[in-house]
Design a protein around this ligand. Structure first.
Ligand code: ADP
Length: 381
């Protein structure tokens, strides 16, 4: 199976009746072929995203039927201008407007996960608190959604659940009649659940390790994630650190991979390496490192200040053998939007910051496409 063969086949698919084919029109990008799985993007104007679903399906079915292909995963990337399509590599991803939350999405992910309603589970973790893990998790979940995936977010941060605040959720989850299952809360199109919605925020909880793990694994298992259709990806905002709870979570939750959020200082130090070592110990693929608060982006003059130098994080990631997914600036706007419960990617879909999150989500999707790890069984204590 080669990229050329795939492009050759896709040349038979017209972008619209009477129009040119999707390859000649520059709509196909990011072809990844790994272990029999083929993944690529079709760039379409944002307002035509829903109407282009049959086109996506046609391309996916065509490639899935090729000899040597086990699975095909095609995503629609919403473009602002159809003429400005470029391959969306991490360094040149197009700006995309988030899709309408109600848009029907039926991507088939290359998942082996045995959790009803969820194809892939991705942990977002950090070696310590306060590095912007939750802010990054929320914006990346929304960026994956903007790239056409159906996404959920689980706030597993028992030490400081912040997803209700970051997504401005005030409703309590409802129980499903005659069962112990709960429905997630829909926020900005994401299916969300938080430990913060289940415990009283004013009553400090003292979590014993096994109790915490049990609560968290149940939250993954007993939530109707697919209440509006199967999720392609469930993003789990993990508790910070690399202690027993995190290790047990990593062992018991069938994670497809993990993204590690770090600040430049931690990357240079030992903290981020600890997180990487933990996931490696339990054989969970590391999708990559995101460097948050990477450089200071001055709100007054707009200039970039590389307070911590530049390129160090990337070099460190290479040195320890994990992909580097991208760098997010330290910017007042990101903090203000985040703390106001209006994630920047929703509040300012055209901003440079949004573009950064979209690029990182793109890089993540490439890594996800390569994941074919079978899921371990979940053990509930
Ligand atoms: P963690 O989950 O690691 O504890 P949070 O996501 O809660 O961290 O972020 C901690 C604080 O830093 C929040 O006030 C958040 O708005 C802010 N923050 C996170 N990322 C950025 C960023 N890139 N630029 C500016 N502020 C940020």
């Amino acid at each position: 199976m080669t990229e050329d063969k795939i492009l050759q086949l896709l040349r038979q698919i017209k972008s619209a009746p009477g129009a040119g084919d999707i390859v000649s029109e520059g709509m196909v990008s990011d072809i990844i072929i790994r272990d029999g799985t083929v993944m690529f993007s079709i760039s379409v104007p944002a307002e035509k995203a829903e109407a282009c679903e049959p086109l996506r399906k046609q391309a996916e079915d065509a490639v899935a039927g090729m000899e040597g292909v086990n699975k095909a995963m095609v995503v629609l990337t919403a473009e602002r201008a159809p003429s400005a399509q470029q391959p969306s590599s991490p360094s040149s991803a197009p700006k995309a407007a988030p899709r309408a939350p109600s848009a029907p999405q039926q991507q088939k992910g290359p998942s082996h996960i045995d959790i009803a309603g969820v194809r892939q589970i991705i942990a977002v973790s950090s070696a310590k608190g306060g590095v912007g893990k939750s802010t990054t998790a929320v914006n990346l979940a929304l960026a994956l959604q903007a790239n056409g995936l159906k996404v959920g977010i689980l706030d597993a941060d028992i030490y400081g659940p912040s997803i209700p605040r970051l997504l401005k959720i005030t409703d309590k989850p409802t129980a499903v009649a005659n069962s112990r299952r709960m429905n997630p809360i829909k926020a900005y199109g994401l299916m969300a659940m938080s430990i913060g919605l289940l415990v009283d925020p004013d009553t400090p909880m003292v979590w014993r390790g096994p109790m915490a793990v049990s609560a968290l694994t149940q939250m993954i298992r007993d939530v109707n994630w697919d209440v509006e259709g199967k999720l392609d990806v469930l993003v789990v905002d993990m508790p910070p650190g690399t202690g027993d709870i995190q290790l047990t979570m990593a062992q018991q939750v069938p994670l497809s991979g993990s993204v590690i959020v770090s600040t430049p200082q931690d990357l240079a130090l030992i903290d981020a390496r600890k997180g990487i070592a933990m996931f490696r110990k339990v054989n969970i693929p590391i999708l990559g490192i995101v460097e948050n608060m990477s450089y200071f982006s001055c709100p007054t003059c707009g200039t970039r200040h590389d307070i911590f130098g530049h390129g160090g994080a990337h070099a460190t990631a290479t040195e320890i053998g994990v992909p580097f997914l991208g760098e997010i600036p330290l910017h007042m706007e990101i903090r203000e939007r985040s703390d106001a419960g209006e994630p920047i990617i929703v509040a300012e879909p055209e901003s440079d910051h949004t573009a950064v999150y979209l690029q990182i989500a793109n890089a993540m999707m490439k890594q996800i496409a390569g994941v074919t790890r079978p899921a371990p069984a979940i053990v509930i204590e």
